[in-house]
Design a protein around this ligand. Structure first.
Ligand code: ADP
Length: 645
């Protein structure tokens, strides 16, 4: 089973993997989308650049035939033949003015073969071309040499830029002769430039030297896209194409062609940079891709800058969408997986539940069967028990009856035996007494009669014992000296002790060992305990000894009788104080001694305890142990207080 932290780690790893997937997808989409959008944008811009180029070309085409037609005018030829003729000059000026106005030109003028302007449309305006020499201008030299001269540049006299076109003027009568002069027109491209500025694109018109001369962005005119070589600079200075402008660099991007850049075509077309680091709208400069389209007969190019930020924005949007879509896909997958696993879990739980149910049902069935069996057995047992109880009751009743009879028989046998002996002696002594009376042996007779009296007394005592056990009589209490009671009891047992060959040692009795009781009864208790101790010691073969110890413990007098007998067997111990319980032979014991003794001790508020000497009861410190039984009598001591009561 996976631990909690392990599960968390796995979830975290999964989340990171999903995140990485989303990021990778976003990055991939960005790269692909950027490529796609850039290409599409470039293609679109290339189309527009064609449009800009075609517009310009159609405008330039309009000027193409103009100077040729103008050159057919005879007044111009005449003027070239008679340059100092004021009338001709006037006519020529008027004619050129009409051409300029009608064709919406900036200027129209005629130069002689040296380049000196003889007549001009602006002859009557300040900054008239008349008198100026334009032999340094390429359009003049090309016209004179090749038949057509085209040029774009800043006007040397006016300082206003324009498109110049010149054609030679020949004598129609001698077309093979050298040209006598040239007619030139100057057209403004300002309107075209204005239309570029409103197009929304960043459009530049670049000449063959990569110098911009028209721009939709203010301030980007007369800037070079590539570093200008010394020879180029020299040529520009010579032709005064852009007046004295510094021609600063536009964009710091090094020159070179990109694969997607449109390569300028045509002979002499200078290469342009495929991207420019510029900031057309202020702010930070960005790397703009440049799409070129060749235009016109002078090796010009329409350069349209492609704003990369749009593509980046679109690509970014696409990448964010892709990341979101990926995340969504993952979310859907995880939801589906969760559903699936929940379903599986539920199925498993259902299966487990039904299994448990089956198991429980089976167990219940088993238990029920077991219980039914047990119940049946129990019922059988109850029946058997009832029978047993009945038998037991019957048996007990018979046993009680039998016990009673046995006790009675035993008692009768005991009493018979006890009484038989003195009775037999009395009978013998009385027979002897009769004989002695007849013989006149009165002294012997007297002794006999004393003996008969003693024996009768003993019989009376036996009967009194039985009576004492059977009847409960109220007894008067007195202070009984333990020492005296013990002395009396020992005297009574002296002959028995001698016969049994048992020695009795009485430990010194404390002087205050006196109890409140009846002296006869206390003597009876001691006689019983001592007689049993003598019997038990006599039964043991080894040493025959009895020891009596008396202690005074606060208000209690404790008398212990220990013997060297075999002790009390466990089976006997539990029945010790039962009336008529004896282990002695018939005639030897009545089984009443201990029962009577306990009854007496109880009567005086004391207690009688029996134990085997070797068993410790915690109080046995001073109780002598001779290896046999120990009987302890505890009675309340007589104090002055109790005495005065
Ligand atoms: P009896 O002496 O007539 O048998 P008791 O009531 O005095 O009747 O004693 C009952 C029984 O207790 C005796 O038969 C004997 O088995 C047992 N018993 C009494 N005293 C002792 C003793 N000191 N040692 C061993 N057994 C004893």
């Amino acid at each position: 089973m996976m631990s909690r932290s392990g599960r968390q780690l796995r979830h975290m790893a999964t989340a990171l993997a999903v995140l990485a997937c989303c990021l990778a997808m976003a990055w991939l989409t960005y790269v692909i989308a950027l490529g796609y959008y850039s290409r599409a944008h470039i293609a679109e811009v290339a189309q527009r650049s064609s449009f800009y180029a075609l517009t310009l070309e159609s405008q330039l085409a309009r000027y193409e035939s103009l100077p040729r037609i103008a050159a057919l005018e005879p007044v111009l030829l005449d003027l070239l033949g008679h340059p100092s003729d004021a009338e001709l000059r006037k006519k020529a000026n008027a004619y050129l003015k009409a051409v300029q106005t009608n064709a919406e030109l900036s200027a129209a003028y005629v130069m002689d073969s040296r380049g000196d302007t003889l007549a001009s449309s602006n002859s009557d305006e300040p900054g008239s071309f008349v008198g100026s020499n334009y032999a340094f201008r390429p359009y003049f030299t090309e016209a004179m040499k090749d038949g057509t001269g085209r040029f774009y540049g800043v006007g040397n006299t006016t300082g206003v830029a324009g498109y110049f076109m010149a054609v030679p003027v020949r004598d129609p009568a001698h077309p093979e002769r050298r040209a006598v002069g040239a007619v030139a027109i100057k057209a403004s491209l300002d309107r075209y430039e204005t239309s570029l500025a409103t197009s929304g694109d960043i459009v530049l018109l670049v000449d063959r030297d990569n110098v911009t001369f028209l721009s939709s962005v203010t301030g980007w005119r007369y800037r070079s896209l590539t570093p200008l070589s010394a020879s180029t600079r020299h040529k520009l200075d010579e032709t005064r194409q852009y007046g004295g402008t510094a021609l600063d660099r536009l964009g710091a991007k090094p020159s070179g062609f990109g694969r997607s850049g449109a390569r300028p075509e045509g002979p002499g077309a200078a290469s342009g940079p495929d991207s420019l680091d510029v900031a057309p709208f202020g702010g930070h400069s960005d790397s703009y891709h440049v799409v070129y389209r060749p235009v016109g007969p002078l090796g010009w190019k329409v350069a349209v800058l492609v704003d990369p930020s749009d593509d980046r924005r679109s690509a970014l949007f696409a990448s964010v969408s892709a990341a979101a879509a990926t995340a969504l896909v993952f979310a859907l997958i995880s939801v589906a997986w969760l559903r699936h696993s929940r379903k599986r879990e539920r199925q498993r739980a259902r299966m487990a539940l039904s299994e448990v149910q089956r198991d429980i049902e089976q167990r219940i069935a088993e238990r029920t069967a077991e219980l039914t069996r047990a119940n049946a057995t129990l019922e059988e047992k109850v029946d058997a028990l009832d029978v047993a109880r009945r038998i037991l009751r019957d048996t007990r009743d018979s046993a009680i009856q039998a016990g009673k009879l046995a006790a009675l028989g035993q008692m009768a046998a005991g009493i018979t035996h006890e009484l038989n002996q003195p009775l037999a002696a009395i009978m013998t002594l009385s027979s002897n007494a009769v004989r002695m009376t007849e013989l006149g042996h009165f002294a012997d007779l007297t002794r006999n009669l004393v003996l008969i009296k003693d024996l009768a007394g003993r019989m009376g005592k036996i009967i009194a014992h039985v009576k004492g056990f059977a009847r409960h009589e109220a007894i008067s209490r007195e202070s009984v000296s333990i020492a005296e009671s013990l002395h009396q009891a020992l005297a009574l047992l002296e002959s028995h002790r001698k016969t049994a060959e048992v020695s009795i040692r009485v430990e010194p009795v404390p002087r205050d060992a006196a109890v409140l009781a009846s002296s006869i009864r206390i003597e009876q208790v001691f006689v019983n305990l001592l007689a049993n101790a003598i019997d038990a010691s006599a039964a043991a073969a080894k040493r025959r000894e009895v020891r009596v110890t008396t202690e005074v413990i606060e208000d209690v007098v404790r008398v212990s009788v220990a013997d060297s007998g075999n002790g009390i067997a466990p089976a006997v111990m539990s029945r010790l104080f039962e009336p008529f319980f004896t282990t002695k032979q018939t005639g030897k014991g009545l089984g009443l001694g201990l029962a009577i003794s306990q009854a007496i001790v109880d009567e005086f508020g004391g207690r009688l305890l029996a134990s085997n000497g070797h068993s410790s009861d915690g109080n046995s410190g001073t109780i002598p142990d001779l290896g046999g039984a120990v009987f302890v009598v505890e009675l309340h001591r007589v104090t002055e207080e109790s005495d005065s009561k």
